[in-house]
Design a protein around this ligand. Sequence first.
Ligand code: AMP
Length: 414
Amino acid sequence: MSTPHPANRVILVVNAGSSSVKVSVYAVPDSAHDNVDIQPTLAAHGQIEGIGVAPRLMARMADGRVVADERFPVEQISDHDAAFRLIRLTLSVGLRDTPPVAIGHRVVHGGADFADAVRIDDEVIAKLEALVPLAPLHQPHNLTAIRAVRAAVPELLQVACFDTAFHAGHDPLAQLMALPYEYYERGVRRYGFHGLSYAYIARRLHQVAPDLLEGRVVVAHLGNGASLCAMRAGKSVDSTMGLTALDGMPMGTRCGSVDPGAILWLAAQGMDADAIQNMLYGQSGLKGISGVSSDMRALLASNDQRAKLAVDFYAFRAAQEIGKLAVTLGGLDALVFTAGIGANSPEVRARICAHLTGLFGVALDDAANNENCQRVSQDASGVPVLVLPTDEEGMIALSTARILRECGRLGPCP
Ligand code: AMP
């Protein structure tokens, strides 16, 4: 892929996390103005990690050319605003300063209000503010990026793309928690996350195996954050994550499902809400069990007994959640693995699938699995198993281009 022609429209995709900002530049072809479904093309990507700790800027064009790889003193990149401006500046050099026509933001929580991507205005920002307590590690940073752009270039079209939106419309059975019903009415319900990833996987399945997409599919998004989604005919019907991105299976540092009584016990020991939150989001999961690392590669390479226990528990819990989602679906026609671990770790896939042989007759093809092939199951497997890398940022670019077009801002180049 090469640098976009200057006549092309350029969209920025911003993914602001707790200590990182990632910015991707996409070129939108002129022909996209009459076709919603033309996928914008990645032109460049930049990111700063370690904001406020040990900032490191990396940027490369889509053809692989590195345009920056530099460490900065912490006081120089002390916040997300500074990080964003520096990435923009760096990428503008490689892109010969083609100004963007829109910015698409990843926003973790859209609550009950947003079932699709939306153009950002004051009312949208106020609604997103109200959801901060439900995604305390992510939502404030998403909003910081939105505000920084609004302050600098108020007329620039900004679009919010939600991790929750793909799951909108779940049956109440999949949304309820057995608390007094008034809380459900007040929005305390299971929303589900990683929806941008699942929406992308649904598109990919439509391209590579449309017959499977029509059936009952479980998608396992196994990255630093991890969840699973039950899809029927390409639509989400259930997810392992809930009101927050803590529920479901254990993750890198997040706990997944725990007995709420354990939280009460911690509080009774004198731990305050902030300390409990820090533990559940940042000190639990693979990191908490192993005491070694939150990184799956490090755990697989370790001889430590607790590292082994953490991986065993991870695989066991993932398989349990697949069984649970198969109940929602009334069966299972395909299993798809994606994200950092799901798409790249034959060992973790094999360990999860070993738990599924008795119930579903899952049989992996070891050679295909070891090579991360698209189909990693044997022909005789009770359920086909696929590996499809995800592209959440590509999904944001697609939604942003659609909204640009709907706003009449994506006409042919003059
Ligand atoms: P993500 O959040 O999707 O970037 O995924 C990050 C996780 O993927 C980390 O736990 C990595 O250790 C893990 N990961 C990436 N590549 C591999 C691999 N080849 N084998 C095992 N885990 C991997």
